[in-house]
Structure formats: C-alpha cells, structure tokens
Design a protein around this ligand. Structure first.
Ligand SMILES: [Fe+2]
Length: 278
C-alpha cells in the first residue's frame, strides 16, 4: 500500500499509523526515502514504539550509517539537574544545524519521543526550511546574506570547535542554495548556559543587527517554519542539510524525553566549514 501523508504547514509531512500495532519497518523504505527527499521533514505518528535505544538505533540503521558520538549512537535528550550546556537545560535552543562543530555533518536526524513534555508545557522542536526561505527572499536580502560568513566557536562536553561558514551555501549534493546559520542567543539572556562565541565577516559590526533581523524574519516566516509539538511515540526524520532546527523552552521538570540519532549521507559529508576540532 502506497504511503500517504498529510502536509503539515508548508514544511513537512505527517504519516499516521493505520493501527497501534503497525511498525515503522512496515513502511516501504524506498518510498519513505522518496517522500523525505521531497518534503525534508517527516512526522511518523502512532506507530508501535521502540522499547529501547538499541531498537531505535536498529531502525535508524536502515536509513544509513549512524554517526558515532563519544556516548554512542543515541543521544538521550533529557533535562539535567545542573546542566553544563543549554542542550540539557529547559531553555530555548537557537536555530542551528547539527554536526556544524564535528568532522562529519550528518544528512539526517531521527528523533524518537520517549515521553512528551505534556500539553502546554512547551518544548516544541523548531524547523526552518532554508531552501524555501532563500527562494522566497527578496533579491536584495539574498545578496546581503551571500556577502556574510559566520564564525562560531563552541566548547562543550564532547568537543571544542571553530566553524567558519558562509550564510548562503550550495546544498552538498543537490546544488540548490541553503542557509547555514547559527542564530545568536537572545541578547542579555543570562539564563542561557554556555553561550557560543560568534562573529560575522563580510559585514560591518553596525550592520549585524539588520542581518540578524532579516534572517530571523525569513527563517521564522510561517511559510518556511514548523514547530513540532511532541506526542509520546512520535518519530521525526529531518533533513539536516536543508533545514535548521532549534527548541522552544519548556517548563522545567516537564517529562520531555527525546532520543536522537544522526545518519550520515552517502558518502559521508566531511565538514567543509570546520576550522578546528578537538
Ligand atoms: Fe541540534
């Protein structure tokens, strides 16, 4: 039976299980991959759950080679008591792309919601389709973005890296233009733990606020943006080469628990923007 999905806004596609007993493996993978290539974001809802991180990783391996981290294949995204980094806090996470600080950039992120934060608790994962944002921007804006290169340095538990990335860059295999941008945290947010160091080249310092505002408008425009409100059991598959993603803040103590796996492209993409990594 052909896979049918419903559009979710203009970014992504929702596929719902026919019954609670239906497994994700029952969906034809080549058909699902074609849909993913067209939509860039798939939400798979109501399928029978993965009982363990190992079962989840086993499913992800069907999509390609998993990128290994010091902690293994599966990142457990749960709020920590005294987090050393904003990733493990309940605060928001600005838009970014995964692997920007690592030697290889994963093509695909696969998330599994072990436990949703609950209704009205926040914690949506945010996605911006940067190919659409670029395509829909005015010519003047595109030109202004294309002159700028972001310089980002970040030190956390798993790396200390510096990345230098033009804001506008071709998609690594498909050639269309995408935006690679790590959004600066809100100014003066003292609760934001482990702020990355960032600056912009190709632009006067006085013009940086205009750039930030212009990118914010385009990336968060409803026609380019989707905030995923998690339900327990959801699986979300997103195109890390084309989208940027982040997180909305959630109520501290809410039972938000996601698992995330990075799947490498074929061939794996060596990070073209990495200046150092240690
Ligand atoms: Fe991320």
């Amino acid at each position: 039976m052909a896979i049918t999905g419903a559009k979710i806004g203009s970014v992504g596609c929702l596929i719902e299980a026919r019954s609670l007993r239906q497994s994700l493996e029952s969906l034809d993978l080549s058909e699902l991959r074609d849909l993913f290539d067209r939509e860039h974001l798939l939400v798979l809802r109501g399928f029978c759950n993965f009982a363990s991180p190992e079962e989840f990783a086993q499913y992800c391996e069907l999509w390609g080679e998993i990128s290994m981290w010091p902690f293994g294949k599966v990142l457990e995204l749960v709020e920590q008591q005294e987090p050393a980094d904003h990733i493990f806090d309940s605060n928001y996470v600005p838009l970014h792309w995964d692997g920007m600080y690592r030697p290889e950039v994963p093509e695909i992120q696969i998330f599994h919601c072990v436990s949703s934060p609950g209704k009205d608790q926040g914690g949506c994962t945010t996605f911006s389709n940067t190919a659409l944002a670029y395509e829909r921007a005015a010519e003047g804006e595109r030109k202004a973005w294309a002159r700028v290169t972001g310089v980002y340095e970040r030190k956390m538990e798993f790396y200390h890296s510096k990345t230098v990335a033009p804001v506008v860059t071709p998609h690594p295999s498909k050639g269309f233009k995408v935006i690679r941008y790590c959004e600066p945290p809100k100014a003066g947010d003292s609760a934001f733990i482990n702020h990355p160091v960032y600056s912009f080249e190709g632009i006067q310092d006085a013009d940086v606020p205009t750039l930030v505002t212009s990118l914010k408008r385009a990336l968060y425009a409803p026609e380019n943006f989707y905030a995923h409100e998690w339900q327990t059991g959801d699986v979300v598959i997103s195109d890390n080469y084309t989208l940027l993603h982040g997180r909305e803040a959630f109520v501290s103590g809410a039972p938000r628990h996601l698992r995330r796996v990075h799947v490498l492209g074929k061939p794996a993409l060596k990070n073209p923007h990495l200046e150092f990594h240690r």
